[in-house]
Design a protein around this ligand. Structure first.
Ligand code: URA
Length: 455
């Protein structure tokens, strides 16, 4: 079959800093997905994009072409607005677990199509699979039924959503082109837009445990994704949040479920509660705006009713904290877990071996490096090196000292959990220098660093 364009012309156009045409973009994504553009040609184009970037209109078209490579879900028949959250990934980031239940307890549908972890950041599905019986793979009909009955569903994203992205992401991984803002933004947003959510809240992480280690770059990534979402009719807001320190006190699958349950029971570490509430507020505000703008009835609420107006403007964080304390969010969590075959009352798995990391000095903790803790949890068996690895449900790191805490010599800084004790020494190596100390207490920095919305 004769092709519309020559891949070399497209590569040279981007290499020389020209704007690609819509037809060139549509063709190159389609031709690559069906194997008519060679891996080495797409590698060269990705590197040209990495170095030259994409304009806003090129990026929208690139995202459209990735969406068009697969199927699109449609939640239009649901009697509630849909709002999803996506995190760019961090250490100890268990927020989806309490957040999806909390937001759904306010009558909004939360379809969370998630993935498994690779490398030092854990995957939401791996965490939930620590719960006996819970299953990640649902059919579209099962997902829709659960959104109607319970309101929240966290499940495996089907392979039919933006398949071009899967192929491109694997190629970026081996060509040094992952850390490109337009390529990250189009990769994430193509999947989220194909998923069909009416609103989206992004948690863009910034710090050593994140893709973006600099605040200005995290803000740029957030802005780029918000623009793509809004240009595609998805109400999109981003919070840029701190990932220099792990979130909460645990990194590892069952350990993070346990901590999420503490949050759903009205307790848990302050940073996890603060971020859960901050993201829930953005999600509910976005859902309310969708209700008002597009007239989607929210759980029987007419778009112009006083209730919808209240949801749009007056929902306070205190209302959300109350739902964590009075059991409403926990009830939704239990219903979500049960609907997916999980036993919400079963004891969580624990690792067979533990070991402690002990402080060798006195002082106030000034930092705990997120990347080091993520790598240690991964080495203990909580994460994967390649996609086919299995993870240990009980493995991970439990922190006993976070920034602002005083520790004395001999006090435990962390407990390491694993079924494979030969991993302890490598995990300890990862943690060398992870804690920094000072002579005086430090102010704990807020977890939310910025909010980015359409201007
Ligand atoms: N997550 C994605 O889905 N894509 C990227 O490019 C980076 C993170």
């Amino acid at each position: 079959m004769s092709e519309l364009f020559d891949a070399v012309d497209v590569i040279m156009a981007k290499r020389d800093g020209h704007t690609l045409t819509e037809d060139q973009i549509d063709w190159v994504i389609d031709a690559y997905t069906r194997g008519a553009v060679a891996e080495e040609q797409m590698s060269a184009l990705l590197m040209a994009i990495f170095l030259r970037g994409l304009t806003r209109s090129e990026l929208n078209r690139w995202t459209d072409a990735m969406i068009a490579s697969g199927e699109r879900l449609d939640f239009a028949d649901l009697p509630r607005p849909t709002v999803d959250k996506h995190s760019t990934g961090g250490v100890g980031d268990k927020i989806t677990l309490p957040l999806s239940a909390l937001v759904a307890s306010f009558g909004v549908a939360v379809p969370q199509l998630s993935g498994r972890g690779l490398g030092h950041t854990g995957g939401t599905l791996d965490k939930l699979e620590a719960i006996p019986g819970w299953r990640a793979a649902l059919t579209t009909d099962e997902m829709m039924a659960q959104l109607r009955s319970v309101g929240a569903v966290v499940c495996q994203a089907g392979s039919g959503l933006a398949p071009a992205d899967r192929k491109l992401y694997a190629l970026r991984d081996v060509t040094g082109t992952v850390a490109s803002i337009p390529l990250i933004a189009s990769s994430i947003m193509s999947k989220k837009i194909a998923e069909g959510t009416s609103a989206l809240v992004l948690d863009v992480k910034c710090g050593s445990g994140a893709f973006m280690t600099r605040l200005d770059l995290a803000q740029e990534l957030a802005r780029t994704m918000v623009e793509i979402g809004e240009d595609h009719g998805v109400r999109t807001v981003a919070l840029v949040t701190d990932m220099s320190t792990p979130l909460g006190l645990t990194a590892g699958n069952a350990l993070e479920v346990r901590e999420s349950l503490e949050v759903l029971a009205g307790g848990g570490p302050a940073d996890v509660v603060d971020l859960t509430v901050a993201l829930a507020r953005q999600m509910l505000d976005c859902a309310a705006e969708v209700v008002l703008e597009r007239g989607i009835p929210a759980a029987g609420v007419s778009p112009h009713s006083a209730e919808a107006q209240r949801r749009a403007g007056l929902l306070r964080e205190a209302d959300l904290v109350e739902a964590l304390h009075d059991g409403r969010a926990m009830d939704t969590w239990r219903a979500t877990i049960t609907a997916q075959g999980g036993d919400a009352d079963a004891p969580l798995p624990t690792a067979r071996h533990t070991d402690q990391v002990i402080s060798e000095c006195d002082g106030y903790v000034t930092g705990v490096d997120a990347l080091s803790v993520g790598q240690a949890a991964w080495r203990l068996g909580a994460g994967r090196a390649v996609r086919t690895d299995t993870v240990q449900a009980g493995a991970g790191v439990e922190l006993h000292a976070k920034p602002g805490d005083w520790v004395a010599t001999g006090q435990p800084l962390a407990t390491l959990h694993t079924d494979t004790p030969d991993t302890f020494s490598r995990a300890r190596e990862s943690l060398t220098g992870a804690w920094t100390f000072g002579a005086s207490p430090i102010e704990r920095t807020p977890v939310v660093l910025d909010r980015v919305a359409a201007s």
